[in-house]
Ligand binder design. Structure first.
Ligand SMILES: [Zn+2]
Length: 67
């Protein structure tokens, strides 16, 4: 789920909905689920995650994303 590129000081999160890599410092789309932060590439992905968090986290594929 997380990619830590400590070498460059960049922390890159993976959008759990569509699988895109998102710079957590730049994205405005964030949700907290079960004590963890999740970042999204778009409002659409955040919406989907907020609605079906389990589905998005269980399915590693992009089947729940329409963005
Ligand atoms: Zn996305």
């Amino acid at each position: 789920m997380w990619e830590n590129n400590r070498g460059t000081g960049e922390l890159v999160a993976k959008d759990p909905v569509c699988g895109m890599f998102v710079d957590e410092k730049k994205t405005k789309f964030k949700s907290v689920y079960q004590g963890r932060d999740y970042f999204f590439c778009s409002a659409g992905c955040k919406k989907i995650f907020d609605k079906y968090p389990e589905k998005c986290l269980e399915e590693k594929s992009s089947s729940c994303c329409r963005c």
